[in-house]
Design a protein around this ligand. Structure first.
Ligand SMILES: Cc1cc2nc3c(=O)[nH]c(=O)nc-3n(C[C@H](O)[C@H](O)[C@H](O)COP(=O)(O)O)c2cc1C
Length: 324
């Protein structure tokens, strides 16, 4: 028993080393803005701090300017390269709002930044419709999301492992992914990528490497692979952040699908480094994308036998937080 335990520890160590080496190769610990994706993740990290500052009711207009200047450097890099990513564009928008709403705090810096924006060699086309910054939202508007019966929504979701044979169409898939994009993420970095297939040969190829689909994998019409991009993470303390943000995204996808009537089954990717590498050899998952999990999906049959999967009582998982 002891020997098996040590074997598990060794396996875990192998996994930690593999993921540490992936972190070294793909995360942005060098704080580099050289590629458009790394620069975009840096931009959102900075412009979100300006958005936050703009949202405070009691704000100091003389703070945040160092971040505004740092954002200007990234926007200039995008402009010089004539290549604006999504967050470069949103960043420029936020920068302009920040300057106009905080000008009184540091008029000299504001004027320099305005001048720099004016002289940018290239700008994103205004038709892109990418917003950013802050906006007003009433209590009534926020309450539009309140469900008449949250229990009906949450308690009617069950993992399905067998589905109707027809695939979920692309428009439903796209809608589910689009809803999923409202998932919160650290600094709104949205360091995600969702891969999808409804091709049985691709499904079979990836599911042979997944350990929890025996007996039903060939009955899954749609397969998603949820990943998180290591390029978005800079600070050493963020070494687990992509797992967290990726997990949040996966949960949202499950609920988005459920809201559209599509059933799903999460499929773990707690895998050995060898299998993780093998999967990357057979499908187009990018190197910097860490695989969070697979999700099988499809339409429920008219009648389904599901696992009850009883839930622990709230009293076991909830306590008041108190000072020691
Ligand atoms: C990260 C994760 C990985 C999972 N992996 C598998 C899997 O490999 N195979 C499987 O049949 N179910 C898998 N499940 C489904 C769980 O068994 C299921 O969610 C749990 O029993 C609760 O049941 P419910 O989803 O019906 O409420 C996974 C769930 C999660 C969240």
């Amino acid at each position: 028993m002891k020997v098996r335990g040590f074997g598990r520890l060794l396996k875990a160590a192998n996994g930690f080393l593999y993921h540490f080496s992936r972190y070294c190769r793909h995360s942005n610990w060098m704080d580099s803005a050289s590629d458009v994706e790394r620069r975009n993740y840096q931009a959102v990290k900075i412009y979100h701090s300006l958005e936050k500052s703009l949202s405070f009711s009691n704000r100091n207009p003389s703070s945040g300017w160092a971040n505004a200047q740092a954002l200007m450097r990234l926007v200039s890099a995008a402009s010089n390269a004539k290549r604006f990513g999504f967050h470069d564009k949103a960043g420029l928008h936020v920068l302009q709002q920040f300057i106009s709403e905080s000008e009184s705090g540091r008029p000299e810096i504001a004027s320099t930044l305005k001048d720099q924006i004016e002289k940018l060699p290239a700008r994103p086309s205004s038709s892109d419709g990418i917003a950013g910054g802050v906006k007003q939202l009433t209590d009534a508007e926020m309450r539009r999301g309140t469900l008449d019966s949250p229990e009906e929504f949450f308690l009617s979701r069950f993992t399905l492992r067998e589905f109707k044979p027809q695939v979920v169409s692309d428009d439903i898939v796209q809608r589910a992914v689009s809803l999923t994009m409202k998932t919160p993420s650290v600094c709104n970095r949205q360091a995600w990528h969702i891969y999808h297939t409804s091709d049985p040969s691709v499904r079979d190829a990836v599911l042979t490497l997944q350990s929890g689909n025996r007996g039903f994998g060939d009955k899954i019409p749609n397969i998603f692979i949820v990943t998180a991009d290591l390029k978005a993470f800079m600070q050493g303390e963020e070494h687990y952040q992509h797992w967290i943000d990726g997990g949040m995204l996966a949960m949202s996808l499950v609920y988005s699908l459920h809201s559209l009537g599509v059933a799903s089954c999460c499929l773990n990717w707690s895998q050995t480094p060898a299998r993780d590498k093998r999967l990357r050899e057979i499908v187009n998952i990018r190197d910097s994308h860490s695989i969070i999990m697979m999700i099988g999906a499809g339409w429920p049959s008219d009648n389904n036998t599901v696992c009850v999967s009883p839930r622990r009582p709230v009293s076991e998982v909830f306590s008041n937080l108190v000072k020691n």
